[in-house]
Design a protein around this ligand. Structure first.
Ligand code: PLP
Length: 461
């Protein structure tokens, strides 16, 4: 038996919406402008079942109840990643302009995959990508696409790199190697190993120098040893755990001499290249064949966005364009279709919040907001060195500070961290370095202050 739907409810999903939109926008406004949003903390599955079950029903609970459930129960069970005291992993710190415009992207149902359907949005995204490409020293003609995140951006770039190597072998009448390999440092992000697993290729881990950085001589040795099996080398522009930037200039020389694809994983750290005095640290980036930087990390955009940029985007088209009869009208022409540059088809115009915020504030504000994180990391590192019982694990290069509380075990760190969140003073989870448990401040938010960080250090006494 089929339950019949009363006629007045038939089109509820497409009509009767003004009050629902008001309800949602009211909450969004409260959340977006609320200056003192609490850090919040996770609840257990049992607590959430007790407090929040039963919202999915045949008749619906209505927007008012659903919003109330979100505001009062579900949202407080999500840690506020853009809180100035959120210092774990890589925090987020979207500008209010970017947050607000993300609502517009949602409200507009823009399809960002093809020029035919989304030319205005794609044009605006490209303005941002071209600005970034120029900042990173890439030539005119460089371009790319905003992907979901660094993991999928790295994967897409590496798939392009392997496709280039395969096509070159075909052109030269050479067989492909039995196993392909990607070369990176032992400190490279886990997403590189994950991409290699998806692609079923080997990873050659090259040891870093004592400074924690990948250097050209070690890369040259690896390339000479593994020869034509290597389709790409990945250098990291700011490791996630420490913010270490590889010696990209010497790596680039070794890689380019041997005609191999150079990819820069700058998901977190490459944003620092927008600060003038930091540019020398990133020398060599201008030689990249592809690179990524995540706007949702240190470019003050909301989740989720990764800018993937190619020196020669045509190489990516060859690797990624999906062919299907129903798509024929879109593909094969001269139009700029973002979907064809990475692993995706349907695409949210996820670069638009960054475009709007950059257009609103101007690039200078971005440079000084990034510089704030670098300066603050230096100041709090000096303070840590001054305090008895605390010591740095290494000097910060970007905005990550790793340090230890002498005499503490992992259990001590974990208990301290839980208590800090319980008291809503900060979100600082333990990390580890060569088996030693350590603490880590990752600073992104311009609202994070020296006083806030010293108040957290005080609890370590
Ligand atoms: C965060 C990060 C990634 C992964 O990016 P997601 O957006 O989380 O997928 C890759 N590489 C580095 C260096 C990162 O810091």
């Amino acid at each position: 038996m089929t339950a019949s739907v009363p006629p007045e409810k038939m089109h509820a999903i497409s009509h009767d919406t003004r009050s629902i939109v008001d309800e949602v926008l009211d909450y969004a406004r409260r959340r977006a402008v609320y200056e003192n949003v609490p850090l919040d903390k996770p609840l257990t599955p049992r607590d959430l079942s007790r407090l929040a079950s039963g919202s999915i029903s045949a008749d619906g609970i209505g927007a008012r109840r659903a919003i109330a459930l979100f505001e009062n129960v579900l949202a407080p069970a999500c840690v506020t990643t853009d809180h100035p005291a959120y210092l774990s992993f890589i925090p987020s710190a979207p500008t209010k302009a970017a947050i607000a415009f993300d609502l517009v992207v949602s409200a507009s149902s823009v399809y960002g995959g093809s020029w035919m359907e989304g030319s205005g949005a794609v044009f605006a995204e490209n303005e941002v990508l071209h600005w970034l490409a120029a900042e990173f020293g890439l030539p005119q003609g460089a371009g790319g696409v905003f992907m979901q995140g660094g993991t999928i951006g790295n994967l897409s770039a590496l798939v392009t790199a392997r496709d280039v190597a395969r096509r070159r072998n075909r052109d030269l009448g050479r067989p492909d190697p039995g196993r392909w390999a990607v070369v990176g440092s032992a400190e490279a992000h886990s997403s590189i190993a994950s991409a290699a697993a998806v692609m079923d290729v080997d990873v050659v881990d090259v040891p870093t120098g004592d400074d924690g950085r990948l250097h050209g001589d070690a890369v040259a040795r690896a390339l000479d040893e593994h020869g034509d099996a290597v389709f790409a080398v990945v250098a990291t522009g700011g490791t996630t755990n420490f913010g270490i930037v590889d010696d990209i200039a010497s790596v680039a020389d070794a890689v380019k001499e041997r005609g191999v694809w150079l990819h820069i994983d700058g998901a977190y750290g490459l944003a620092a290249m927008l600060v003038d005095r930091m540019r020398p640290v990133f020398a060599g980036v201008e030689k990249a064949d592809s690179l990524i930087v995540d706007p949702h990390k240190w470019l003050f955009a909301p989740f989720d966005a990764c800018a993937l940029i190619y020196r020669d985007p045509d190489q990516a088209l060859l690797a990624h364009t999906q062919k299907a009869e129903y798509l024929d009208t879109l593909t094969g022409g001269a139009d700029w279709n973002p979907s064809d540059l990475g692993i995706q088809l349907t695409r949210r115009a996820r670069g638009l919040p960054l475009w709007f915020s950059l257009a609103t504030h101007g690039t200078d504000e971005y440079r000084s907001a990034i510089e704030h994180g670098i300066d603050l990391a230096r100041e709090i590192a000096d303070e840590i060195e001054r305090r008895p019982g605390l010591s740095l694990v290494r000097d910060p290069q970007l905005s990550v500070v790793v340090f230890r509380r002498e005499g503490w075990s992992l259990a001590d760190y974990a208990a301290w961290s839980d208590q800090l969140l319980e008291e809503q003073l900060g979100f600082v989870v333990p990390s580890s370095h060569r088996g030693e448990p350590v603490l880590r401040f990752a600073i992104v938010s311009p609202l994070t202050t020296f006083e806030l960080l010293t108040s957290i250090l005080d609890t370590l006494a």
